[in-house]
Design a protein around this ligand. Sequence first.
Ligand SMILES: Nc1ncnc2c1ncn2[C@@H]1O[C@H](COP(=O)(O)OP(=O)(O)OP(=O)(O)O)[C@@H](O)[C@H]1O
Ligand SMILES: CC(C)(CO)[C@@H](O)C(=O)NCCC(=O)O
Length: 316
Amino acid sequence: MISAQSAYQALYFAFQRQQWRQLRNAVPLTLTEADLEKLKGINERLSLSEVTDIYLPMSRLLNLIVQSKQQRSQVLGEFLEHTSPKTPYIISIAGSVAVGKSTTARILQALLQHWPEHPKVELVTTDGFLYPLKDLKKKGLMQRKGFPESYDMKMLIDFISDVKSGKSKVKAPLYSHISYDRLADTFLEVDQPDILILEGLNVLQTGLDTETPDLRPFVSDFVDFSIYVDADYDLLKKWYVDRFLQFRSGAFANKNSYFNHYASLNDAAATDIAENIWESINGPNLLNNILPTRERAHLILRKGQDHLMNQVLLRK
Ligand SMILES: Nc1ncnc2c1ncn2[C@@H]1O[C@H](COP(=O)(O)OP(=O)(O)OP(=O)(O)O)[C@@H](O)[C@H]1O
Ligand SMILES: CC(C)(CO)[C@@H](O)C(=O)NCCC(=O)O
């Protein structure tokens, strides 16, 4: 029987950080100090060596892969004796709550926009496709937010299918971490981007993963390149709790915040509540629904202490 370890080796090229960082050597650092400052604006705790060591090789890899997709489209056009309409290249980013998917997505968006061709790169998070709170309440899903059944999958598949077929001005719903709900009347308009980055817990899940199979196409049917951001359970829990504590003086302090009543908690009480939410909702969701999809990704980024990537696995 093939061991899990050797199956991994058969599927992926594995790089330690020191090996991966050398793969950017061929790319000059075209980022100016001002560009780097802008990236810092995405997350002030982001270390710049993370950009040079991890993200620049990734940007180089994606640039080559996107080019090869364009060549393939040309070949198809030649075969069909007409050029087919340009469709966006779709990159998905999966991983646990609090692993840093949105931070990773925003850094990638900034770097890809920086390519010489200056592609138009849009970023959408699947959080917007969670059912509105009133529907979650009606369905008894308030303790299952982020679980597969808490998303309006029809809406998500319709959205991605419209974008992929080259439609203009496709509306994406937006989620607010302050109201803990989908925004009622504000949307993001996705208008024929060159690249769409779709970020969310559920982007590698399929309708076949559940007990009542759903035969609709999967998100991954529309995705050209998928990334999974990975870290150990205990680190993820810690990052979730840390973010919860930070939110007390930020998002929760906003009087419209769903969690406004948590703003005045002391450290011990807030830690207790955050650990509880993690152990009852986000932890089980990770173990049952998110982690099992990891090996579907083309690229796995493994983070260790302080969000530093220590290993990169690239599908052969
Ligand atoms: N590269 C990084 N360096 C330092 N801190 C980071 C980094 N990436 C993320 N973080 C921190 O980790 C926490 C989670 O990050 P982020 O909000 O990007 O996660 P997420 O996976 O999008 O979460 P969610 O699924 O809840 O939306 C935040 O407190 C963020 O500041
Ligand atoms: C919106 C999601 C599902 C994903 O980002 C997550 O942040 C969430 O709200 N989870 C439910 C439990 C919690 O409040 O963390």
